[in-house]
Write a protein that binds this ligand. Structure first.
Ligand code: ATP
Ligand code: MG
Length: 429
């Protein structure tokens, strides 16, 4: 027998039981972004490989070993997007959205692809909601992005489960000076470095700060610190951000080792982390990338943004049992009809109810069955009420109205008064 077909490792189906939580999460974020005046942009999932090499940087985990790259039938090298910022900048440039200093406050949602080792909170297809802002250079907008995520955590009940880590990477010149100091320090201790870090010493030494190897981390305790090499402009920017967060009462920890995985960041970088998900603790990460637009062929344009990992936030809501109960109930009313004439009348009644009560979640029994079977299905649907229509009710132009969740006895309602009765009952339920 042939082996049954399965989804690709690290790429998950989101089943009907899980999608209410996804919709709740996505809806909550979308409303919040509307409230702050951000507009949605939708980019393709596939881009030319060159885009990611040029923006993310050749010597990064993503470009070195995590991309899904393939040749198109005409020989072009294409890549499933591993993140959204590169595509977003590409789209902004292509359509002139940042021309003449126009401010853009954009957001996107969708799947990202990285060839990583699948584990809890780490998948090969995962989903992000990202926000990018163009042409605002000050710390005020950095603070807004953080305030916005803080409000999101509050709305979701996650406020106490996450911590904000902040750092400033300085301008690229300041970072270059720091890189030299770090390389000097680490070169003198090269023998004590792990293999990956040895390799990075020549290519991307800042990433060594990010190393998970304990011996390397121990070596870094006395290493030169990025904060001591900051330029005045970046220092002032960082102070401006911290002052605003203090004013808003948003707590943060300055983490001098926070460097982020991608090459394009400058000045502010931040991560929201949780200790409730094990090793995959970063739920939202971002920072400023003032050099990126130019690096991708545009005019110098300030940029700042972040992306959150939807799977990790969903896991966190589940782990902390913060899934609101009402989001899983998807049916208000279930209509049962017995006999051909009643079925026909029931269908008309149902469509009439949909006209009168927009948004009503009404399921009409399909597939026949006696009343007992139909009521069982009504109960299983988690509906609050069942409507019961048989030959007898039909003849008298009434309908049985049966509360299914212990809110009283079955009643008979005239068909003419049904919509009103239903609206009242649902508003009281
Ligand atoms: P990590 O250090 O966990 O690999 P990263 O720095 O590579 O994260 P970013 O590129 O900044 O992650 O992506 C932003 C967010 O997207 C992360 O904070 C995380 O919540 C989520 N994310 C990143 N990679 C994955 C993945 N493979 N599976 C699930 N979520 C992910
Ligand atoms: Mg990663």
């Amino acid at each position: 027998m042939s082996k049954s077909l399965q989804a690709i490792r690290g790429m998950n189906d989101i089943l009907p039981e899980q999608s209410p939580l996804w919709r709740y999460f996505e809806g909550t974020v979308a409303s919040l972004l509307d409230e702050y005046g951000y507009r949605q942009i939708r980019m393709p999932i596939v881009e030319v490989t060159e885009l990611f090499k040029r923006s993310i940087g050749e010597v990064t985990d993503i470009v070195e070993k995590e991309m899904y790259t393939f040749d198109d039938r005409n020989g072009d090298s294409l890549t499933l997007r591993p993140e959204g910022t590169a595509s977003c900048v590409r789209a902004v440039l292509e359509h002139g959205l940042s021309n003449n200093g126009q401010v853009q406050k954009l957001w996107y949602i969708g799947p990202m692809f990285r060839y990583e080792r699948p584990q809890k909170g780490r998948y090969r297809q995962f989903h992000q909601i990202g926000v990018e802002v163009f042409n605002l250079a000050g710390p005020d907008i950095d603070a807004e992005l953080i305030a916005l995520t803080w409000r999101l955590w509050t709305r979701l009940g996650l406020r106490d489960a996450v911590t904000l880590e902040l750092n400033s990477l300085g301008t690229s010149e300041a970072r270059a000076r720091y890189r030299d100091a770090l390389v000097d320090y680490l070169s003198a201790r090269k023998e004590q470095l792990d293999e990956d870090s040895k390799r990075r010493l020549g290519s991307n030494p800042l990433r060594i700060l990010d190393s998970k190897v304990p011996e390397t981390q121990a070596l870094l305790v006395d290493a030169p610190k990025l904060v001591d090499h900051l330029d005045d402009e970046s220092r002032e920017h960082f102070e401006g951000l911290k002052a605003r967060l203090d004013a808003l009462g948003i707590r943060y920890v300055v983490n001098p080792k926070l460097v982020r995985g991608l090459d394009y960041y400058s000045k502010t970088v931040f991560e929201w982390v949780t200790d409730k998900l094990g090793a995959q603790g970063t739920v939202c990460a971002g920072g400023r990338y003032d050099g990126l637009v130019e690096q991708m062929g545009g005019r110098p344009t300030a940029g700042v943004g972040f992306a959150m990992g939807i799977e990790r936030l969903i896991l966190l809501l589940e782990t902390l049992e913060l899934v609101p109960e009402e989001i899983s109930r998807q049916v208000d009313v279930y209509l049962c009809a017995l006999g051909e004439a009643a079925e026909l009348e029931g269908l008309k009644l149902a469509e009439g109810l949909r006209d009168r009560l927009p948004g009503l979640r009404l399921q009409v029994n399909a597939g026949g069955g006696n009343f007992k079977t139909q009521l069982k299905k009504a109960d299983k649907s988690a509906a609050l009420f069942a409507l019961v229509l048989g030959e007898d009710e039909l003849a008298r132009q009434v309908i049985g109205f049966k509360p299914l969740r212990g809110q009283g006895e079955q009643q008979e309602i005239s068909q003419a008064a049904l919509a009103e009765h239903l609206a009242t009952s649902l508003s009281q339920a």
